[in-house]
Write a protein that binds this ligand. Structure first.
Ligand code: ZN
Ligand code: ZN
Length: 412
């Protein structure tokens, strides 16, 4: 299959399976400038599917870095009202939102982590309302990735040129997203069904607690009453099915924000907003991080944990078998969208309110009473490996193996 066909397949996937674009709907795309070629392919297809309008928010890694280097702190921490209004306008209009992520883990290397975290916090505050639309599945949204040179070179440091690295990364993306298959939509429908089976099984099990054991990890995680496992395709409030991540290999729910105890060690580097955090561990008591270490990116981790009260608690628990197609690539992507789908992971920060029965109708106090974490942050980190064992504790106190040696110990 030639490159152009795979690119068209990929565009079709993000539009039809990802945001599931409907006739007469507006499409908003967040994209890096290096994705221009792909965005043009997507736009053409989107109009073909009946898009009413397409709006693109461009970003550029070089320009972003220049801003962090030179702009006054006040500029970094002030989000102009028109930008907030723009996002809200598209959400209220019921637009589909496609976010194309590039992922140069060194984009902000050397920049004062205090400046980065202040800027993250400001944008977290500014786009709170917009985030409620996505995190409550009020609109369809999808995150996908397109190679950029800096990112591709980080994944393939031995490539002889930027071009070669980009080509290699595209090949990986096409394989992992199944865009290189004859009928990717059909393959994805099967894949969504497999994930639905696992999700339904976990919902039926309704475990009260998960216990994780791996080198450096000894963690107990309570699952709140009414928690819901999700995975693959989910419907919006209005009933339109969509896939929020392409690729996706996980089933996930939320832990009780007050019910996490023990220590967890990461297994893959975390690219947190243009800086790498690695070889770190977090120790929890009653849901809160009370101690942490990091060999790399300690300051970044510290700032993340100090973002607000909820950023030192967990908002997501996700299970991914170690033999997922992404793990099989043997690569580290320094891109959470890819790395999290190769590995069991947890997220610091906000929980998806849809991970608990009635959650999207609860106010902040009710969410808190149900153990649903709230924060400006939501940062997934990878802690799965071939050495991870997980036990589930049933409501009546029976202990059952859920994962052994990094993969499912249960039959679905
Ligand atoms: Zn996840
Ligand atoms: Zn997440």
């Amino acid at each position: 299959m030639d490159f152009q066909t795979k690119l068209e397949n990929y565009a079709e996937l993000v539009l039809r399976l990802g945001v599931n674009l409907q006739q007469n709907q507006t499409l908003m795309i967040n994209a890096p400038t290096e994705a221009l070629e792909f965005v043009r392919v997507v736009a053409k297809k989107a109009y073909g599917l009946g898009a009413k309008d397409i709006h693109i928010n461009w970003a550029d890694e070089v320009l972003t870095r220049l801003k962090y280097e030179h702009a006054p702190l006040e500029t970094l921490t002030t989000v102009p009202q028109w930008q907030i209004d723009r996002q809200n306008y598209f959400a209220e209009d019921g637009a589909a939102v496609l976010s194309i992520k590039q992922s140069n883990p060194d984009m902000l290397k050397g920049i004062d982590p205090g400046r980065i975290s202040a800027a993250n916090k400001a944008s977290g505050e500014a786009f709170k309302n917009f985030r409620n639309y996505t995190m409550n599945d009020r609109i369809t949204w999808c995150v996908a990735s397109v190679p950029g040179e800096a990112w591709a070179r980080k994944v393939f440091p031995d490539a002889t040129s930027g071009e070669e690295a980009i080509e290699k990364l595209w090949e990986q993306i096409f394989t992992i997203t199944r865009a290189d298959q004859e009928d990717p939509i059909a393959v994805w429908n099967d894949h969504n069904q497999t994930l639905a089976k696992v999700r339904d099984f976990m919902n039926k099990k309704n475990f009260k607690k998960l216990i994780y054991k791996a080198p450096g990890t000894d963690l107990e995680l309570e699952l709140p009453e009414g928690h819901i496992w999700k995975g693959g395709s989910t419907p919006t409030e209005g009933g339109v099915p969509f896939n929020a991540n392409i690729p996706t290999e996980e089933v996930f729910t939320m832990p009780n924000k007050y019910g996490v105890n023990g220590t967890v060690r990461n297994t893959k580097p975390l690219n947190y907003g243009g800086n790498v955090i690695d070889n770190f561990s977090l120790t929890f008591k009653d849901g809160q991080v009370v101690d942490f270490q990091a060999e790399e990116g300690y300051e970044s981790l510290k700032h993340l944990l100090e973002t607000d009260e909820g950023s030192s608690r967990l908002g997501e628990v996700a299970l991914v078998p170690h033999e997922s197609p992404i793990s099989q690539s043997g690569l580290i992507f320094y891109n959470t969208l890819y790395d999290e789908n190769a590995s069991c992971h947890l997220a610091l920060g906000k929980a998806y309110p849809t991970s608990i029965k009635g959650g999207s109708k609860m106010n902040d106090d009710e969410l808190d009473q149900h153990g649903v974490n709230n924060s400006l942050a939501h940062v997934d980190f990878m802690m799965g490996s071939a050495e991870l064992d997980i036990d589930g504790v049933t409501q009546d106190g029976k202990v059952e193996p859920v994962f052994r040696n990094g993969t499912w110990a249960m039959e679905f």
